[in-house]
Design a binder for this molecule. Sequence first.
Ligand code: ADP
Ligand code: F6P
Length: 320
Amino acid sequence: MKRIGVLTSGGDAPGMNAAIRAVVRGAVYNDMQVYGIFDGYEGLMNGEIEEFSRSSVSDIIHRGGTILKSSRSPKFKTPEGIRQAAAQAAKFGLEGIVVIGGDGSFRGSVNLLRAGIATIGVPGTIDNDLGYTDRTIGFDTAVNTVVSLLGNIRDTTVAHGCATVVEVMGRNCGDIALRAGLASGAESILIPEVPYDIDKICERMKAGKKRGKNHSIIMKAEGVSIPTEELAHLLEARTGIKTRTVIPAYIQRGGSPTATDRLLASRLGYKAVELLRDDVRGVAVGIHGDDVIVTDIEEAINIKNKPDLKNIELASILSI
Ligand code: ADP
Ligand code: F6P
């Protein structure tokens, strides 16, 4: 292929800019023309598309968010939306499109593929909820952001001898909660993939207090069924320990990407270009250990992410 586009879609993730840079610079290096598509699938349907050069992506490798902007587009899910998107791609002569996003964006790319546009998926989401790849771009930064916030939360929790329930993002995936919780020494970690036991959390809080430990951090993934305020009230009522809540929300989606995310984004973005250059389509790129992998995109979407149960057990052992 000689002319390709790149877009970012769904929730933005730190490292998306590094991936865009890798796609654009990789295309220029391989003598391909490359177009930036703004505002995700919305911009594709509306023809918000412009040619990029190597300097279009200068000074962005370290920036959070996405210079291409992102969107969630209900219209793109309709047959009319797909027709419109395919027509715009044809108008700009785009033979292939690199889609940087999460599982929803990957599902959308399959529809584009069926409409005759070659697509390659690059996993960009803080959630780490795509099972075919060890890591998604943005996850490491989000974990580090939460760990840093947890330091602040712990200071004030200790000062007041209370407990704090911290709700983190991840949609239906508990990976941010699990890794950030383990790295921060949280006393309890609740993730949607594993049923929680209120009695056990209360026991841990009370046992800690009895030993003279005057604080408790309960890390809860947003996908866990009980609302965070309700959980805090329940814990306070059962233990007698004052229990606060903190929900960092979008703070954990922004910020400069870590070196790990920049490296992942650079490697996966460049691989996506190589695949389009070689006329490969309908695949997603990912990472296993230190190896870049290529998986059929429909297979990739259907591989469920599994929580690392060893880490749940370890967190519980180490926070006694
Ligand atoms: P993410 O890519 O981060 O999972 P979303 O789930 O919001 O984010 O998906 C981004 C966009 O991808 C949606 O707004 C929609 O346009 C498209 N999309 C999502 N799910 C589907 C689907 N099942 N079929 C077709 N397009 C989809
Ligand atoms: O997929 C990224 C994510 O931040 C999830 O962790 C969260 O559930 C969701 O997006 C929030 O969506 P919105 O940006 O529509 O509020």
